[in-house]
Ligand binder design. Structure first.
Ligand code: SIN
Ligand code: FE
Length: 308
């Protein structure tokens, strides 16, 4: 059993549902407050044949890009060559995986069931240790997630991970949750600048919004989104934060599943290979502890609204 202090181990929910009283609201509160929820196994259907197929992709690594991503709403697969003989099977495996995680989430975290947006799923087949990436793309540095192409405007980023590696742990470090670390760091990261843009900046943002409305490929970012993108990079660049901030290591064992709000828990992946992941966007109105959300924590610090 994993004893990382960053995790709460879930034993009252299995693939067949609750084994005791429904505690979904409590689990949502823990998650939103910065805990990771850990299952010893996979709390949804993940056929052994599908897992074996994903693991077999190592033999055809030359065909693989870094990540395989899957957009459930469009049944669209990225990261595998169009002419690959595995393409159709991969699409089917990712489609089944995504559907299973969705029904799991709707049952286990019932408060979110009516009100979430399904984001991408991914399969990450590369060894994470010693990947040669530019600083802002390095996942071995602590960061909170923010998506350049998909601004959330304050909705939260919830991710479900399964380590499908049959023998090797996936190793993370995580830091203090957002409501603890942001009050110490947001000012020096420049929050007030993002909260109170200049007249010239406002004009640029208004033009971007107008472009977005007429269908140009410009993301419609709020002040919150702009700050979070900046904060992601700022944390990775910040040598003092990387080396001195409180952090704990968690070894996710083969076959286990974990859930985490990655916009609120600073995280870094140190090593491991073969993880499956599905992302959900949870709007403010569905949260059980909205005061713990990065949006509201930052709004309290900045003393102004950041949602537009
Ligand atoms: C990340 O969101 O930083 C990646 C985590 C992982 O792949 O384990
Ligand atoms: Fe991340």
């Amino acid at each position: 059993m994993n004893t990382s202090p960053a995790c709460s181990v879930v034993t009252d929910y299995t693939r067949d549902g609750w084994t005791a009283a429904d505690r979904s609201r409590d689990w949502c509160t823990e998650l939103e407050s910065g805990k990771m929820l850990l299952f010893d196994g996979v709390p949804f259907d993940l056929p052994a044949a599908d897992r074996d197929f994903l693991l077999s992709q190592k033999q055809t690594e030359s065909r693989l890009h870094k990540n395989i991503s899957y957009r459930p709403e469009k049944n669209l697969l990225r990261g595998i060559a169009g002419d690959s003989p595995d393409r159709e099977r991969m699409q089917q495996v990712m489609g089944h995986y995504s559907k299973q995680v969705v029904s799991f989430l709707m049952s286990f975290l019932a408060p979110y069931a009516r009100d979430f947006k399904l984001d991408y799923a991914s399969f990450r087949p590369l060894e994470e240790k010693s990947r040669d990436l530019v600083l802002h793309k390095r996942n071995d540095l602590l960061h909170v997630d923010a998506f350049p192409t998909r601004p959330t405007r304050g909705a939260r980023i919830l991710r479900v991970f399964t380590n499908i590696n049959p023998t090797v742990d996936r190793v993370w470090t995580t830091g203090e949750p957002f409501h603890v670390m942001a009050p110490k760091l947001a000012d020096s990261a420049g929050l007030l600048r993002f909260a109170n843009p200049s007249v010239a900046e406002r004009a640029v943002f208004a033009a971007q919004r107008a472009g977005h409305v007429v269908g140009l490929p410009v993301p419609n970012r709020s002040r919150y989104d702009r700050f979070m993108l900046h904060f992601h990079d700022w944390l990775k660049e910040n040598v003092a934060f990387q080396s001195n901030s409180p952090k704990v290591r968690t070894d996710f064992s083969p076959g286990c599943t974990w859930l985490v709000f990655t916009d609120g828990v600073p995280h870094a992946v140190l090593s491991g290979q073969y993880v499956l992941e599905q992302t959900f966007i949870i709007p403010q109105r569905a949260l059980v502890a909205p005061e713990r959300s990065p949006l509201q924590v930052l709004e309290t610090i900045a003393n102004t609204s950041l949602a537009s």
